[in-house]
Design a protein. Sequence first.
Length: 215
Amino acid sequence: PALGLSLPGNTTVGAVAPAAAAPSAPPAFPSRLNGKRLADIMDEFRMRLGSQVTDFVTQAQVVDQMDRELIVQRDRALRLQQSTAALKQGTDAISSELELILHHQDEMHAALSQLEQKVEEEGRNFTDRPGDRQQAYTLIDNLDRELADTRDLLSDTIGRLNAATPLEDGSSAQLARMVQVLDVHLSAFQWLETNAAELDQQLSNADIALSAVYR
């Protein structure tokens, strides 16, 4: 029913009663579910859920394998780091030993240089040279052979003279004087031979001392 309100000035305003509310429409289902039974819908959901579970398990296995590989690589990297640290430590030790060896080598080289310089300085003090010593040895050898030959010749001559001594007194006296002369010569040659041996021994001693200095 209409309601009227009186306003000043005898003005009447009419109010219209609200109309009744229209009933709400039922919710619309997805088009893919229209005309399907609940069992079919549940089966479809179950299949889709199973497929998703399978995909998830597969992805989880892949992630697990990747985690295992990462762990292996991590362990390998740790071992490599330890090996590198040990190798660096060994390298540092070897470097220290090499430096010590080089230091000793430098000291030995300096000592050898001083020794060579000393040997050269002492070698200049010797007036003889290897060629002079060789000539002296050759001369001594020749002299020794000549003395030996002369001694043998004198010994043989004296022996033959003694064996062929005549019976005459005058001849015996002359022969005795000849033997005495030959004996004197033989003694002189023996003395020369003895001195030559001493000289050869002195030269040998000097050569040995010089060789020891040049070693």
